[in-house]
Ligand binder design. Structure first.
Ligand code: CTP
Ligand code: ZN
Length: 154
């Protein structure tokens, strides 16, 4: 093992979100509603050397396994992330997040006069024009939604 091994502890039970695009660790924390006042140990590592990405961020959450909706939200802001579920120190599940080409329901259009905001029974629908930096286009009004707009909603 090299002398320059990363010194971030392994976790016993919980979730490791690995391969987060550099600079996005805090977005992930925000999406998951983590404020540090409840629950177990949360470790945030930024600008960690990575073979695949050059550098990456990592978030480790003790005692919590993410649900599918949370995984989908992470895909919006960290499209290359890997979600590792850890039980008794072992990786029991490894999942690459995947941003679908169309996103239904999770987000609101930022255009107040968009039909999706009018109380009509339409499900918000966005097309992913670009993953990084994020650019989504509203199906109904064409408005472009960016990372900052998404973060404000979570
Ligand atoms: N990890 C951890 N605690 C454990 C087990 C794993 O914090 N008890 C972390 C590792 O440090 C790593 C991630 O979870 O950041 C995934 O672990 P593993 O699959 O063993 O690593 P790699 O094979 O390097 O993962 P990948 O192939 O996804 O790059
Ligand atoms: Zn719209």
């Amino acid at each position: 093992m090299s002398k320059r091994t990363l010194r971030v502890s392994k976790i016993r039970n919980g979730t490791v979100i690995d391969h987060i695009t550099r600079g996005h660790a805090l977005d992930v924390i925000k999406i998951l509603g983590i404020d540090g006042r409840a629950g177990g140990v949360v470790t945030i590592a930024m600008n960690v050397p990575s073979e695949k990405l050059g550098v990456k961020d990592i978030v480790k959450i003790e005692g919590r396994e993410l649900n599918p909706e949370e995984v989908d939200k992470i895909a919006l802001l960290a499209p290359h992330a890997t979600i590792n579920i850890i039980r008794n120190y072992r990786v029991v599940e490894k999942q690459r997040v995947k941003l679908p080409s169309v996103i239904y329901g999770i987000l609101k259009c930022v255009n107040p006069s968009c039909i999706s905001n009018s109380g009509e029974p339409v499900k918000s629908t966005f097309y992913v024009e670009q993953e990084e930096p994020l650019r989504l286009r509203c199906h109904y009004c064409g408005r472009i939604i960016e990372r900052e707009d998404v973060l404000k909603q979570f």
